[in-house]
Design a protein around this ligand. Structure first.
Ligand code: URP
Ligand code: ZN
Ligand code: ZN
Length: 450
């Protein structure tokens, strides 16, 4: 048994000074003061906040994205996640064209099983919608998958509106939720051609070819499809003020919509694409970084409770050897960036003046667990819950640097960021996996069947 002693516990009712006992893979006891008599190990949490482990519900580990393999494997990505305080990721298992969902799921298990430091669950991304795929949806629920994904952009992945409607109808009865990449792919393709034809070939062409209307139109369309079907949807990586307006309209009509955003859309803006040389490629992700106005509006939406979850869309590619294949043609830069290690520190630092520990808990642990069917097993510090715990030192000051990160990639979009607060001790299934931001080498991560 492990005793976490003297921390400020982040509980649903408030902050309470107390102790927590982990017995095997479960939280066994929570009380104001617990004697150390039976504990094999006592962890000093004085001066720290004790959170239920953070959940990152949007990652792409060890994945072929149409242009290249992502740089982080499940092994390196979940180790980096754990170093930052994230104890569970929900990764996008992805069906390629011609593949069955069962094959995709088997493939994702073969990549992840036995290699993970943090726990992992899978959403099922569907790129080949047909009768055979439809017939497999029930099997996915039986295999512990309650969330699905479709794309409105990327030619090798996207479904049309009728197919998206059918997906929504097929998951509704069993309470599934559909996560959708909302960009109008037809429009993006056309604007990419026009941007290149004007002679704009560098990373600055990326945001020009994916303006905010591409996102807002797709969000609006998805919300109407959800309305037709009555199914639940999750708007992933919301990046624009215009998209938020479409969501507000849909909510006012009673559409059941959850909203995710990511640190990159809350901390960075599109001036990054103007960095010298090819440096702007670091920020080539879809949707792109937006205008300062969008950043300000989304930050306010986070504070106002309009954003349910904060995830990363961790999809790492090296600048050298991967992104640089797009020199001379921004459409050939692999889309995506890293973040799984740094999300809790980025959010807690940059929202320190506006939000407190309970808000951080809600956005990065409780709500992801609730939206994606893991609550109250995860997402809450409670007796009987899984022993995924992050002991957070809010006073630790440190600097985010590629040179010292654990993400397996040669840069970070947050180089030089002065962070306030760091994961001091991180437990996954009751096992200490990281201390002061460094991994212990343990790999207790297991599949979370939901
Ligand atoms: O650029 C990104 N975000 N790549 C990952 C796939 C996606 O769109 O979520
Ligand atoms: Zn996406
Ligand atoms: Zn993604």
């Amino acid at each position: 048994m492990k005793l976490i002693k003297g921390g400020m516990l982040v509980l649903p009712d408030g902050l309470v000074r107390g102790d927590v006992v982990l017995d095997g893979a479960k939280v066994a006891r929570i009380a104001a003061s617990i004697e150390a008599t039976d504990a094999d190990e006592v962890v000093d949490a004085s001066g720290c906040w004790v959170f239920p482990g953070f959940i990152d519900a949007h990652t792409h580990m060890q994945c072929w994205t149409g242009m290249d393999w992502t740089a982080d494997s499940f092994e390196t990505g979940t180790r980096a996640a754990a170093c930052g305080g994230t104890t569970t990721i929900v990764d996008y298992a992805t069906q390629d064209k011609g593949m069955t969902l069962a094959e995709a799921l088997k493939e994702w298990h073969s990549r992840a099983d036995g290699t993970c430091t943090s726990n992992y669950a899978f959403h099922m991304a569907m790129a080949d919608w047909n009768e055979r795929t439809r017939a497999e949806v029930d099997d996915m629920f039986d295999a512990g998958i309650v969330s699905f994904k479709t794309y409105f952009a990327y030619d090798h992945l996207r479904l049309d509106d009728a197919q998206t409607l059918e997906v929504l109808e097929s998951i509704k009865d069993r309470g599934g939720i559909l996560c959708v990449h909302c960009e109008n792919g037809t429009l993006v393709n056309e604007l990419q051609c026009r941007t290149l034809a004007r002679g704009v070939t560098g990373p600055e062409g990326h945001p020009m070819s994916r303006p905010d209307v591409c996102e807002a139109e797709a969000i609006s369309r998805l919300c109407y499809l959800a309305e037709l079907s009555g199914a639940r949807i999750n708007i992933v990586h919301l990046s624009t003020a215009l998209g938020l307006e479409a969501i507000r309209d849909a909510k006012a009509r009673g559409v059941d919509v959850a909203v995710e955003s990511c640190p990159q859309y809350l901390l960075l803006d599109d001036t990054r694409y103007l960095e010298p040389g090819f440096e702007g490629a670091k920020y080539v992700m879809s949707p792109p970084l937006r205008k300062p106005h969008d950043v300000a509006v989304l930050r306010q939406a986070v504070c106002d409770g309009e954003i349910d979850t904060l995830a990363t869309d961790h999809c790492a590619f090296n600048l050298k050897g991967q992104k640089d294949r797009g020199v001379g043609d921004f459409t050939r830069i692999p889309n995506g960036g890293p973040g799984v290690e740094h999300r809790p520190a980025l959010i807690m630092t940059s929202f320190a003046d506006a939000l407190g520990p309970q808000d951080f808990c809600r956005l990065m642990s409780e709500n992801p667990a609730k939206v994606f069917g893991m609550y109250p097993r995860k997402g809450v510090l409670a007796e009987g819950a899984d022993a995924d715990v992050c002991v957070w030192d809010p006073n630790c000051r440190w600097t985010i640097q590629a040179a010292t990160q654990h993400q397996n990639v040669d840069y970070t979009p947050y180089e030089g960021f002065e962070a306030q607060g760091r994961a001091k001790y991180v437990f996954v299934n009751g096992v200490l996996v990281a201390r002061d931001g460094e991994p212990t080498g343990e790999k207790p991560g297991s599949y979370v069947s939901r």
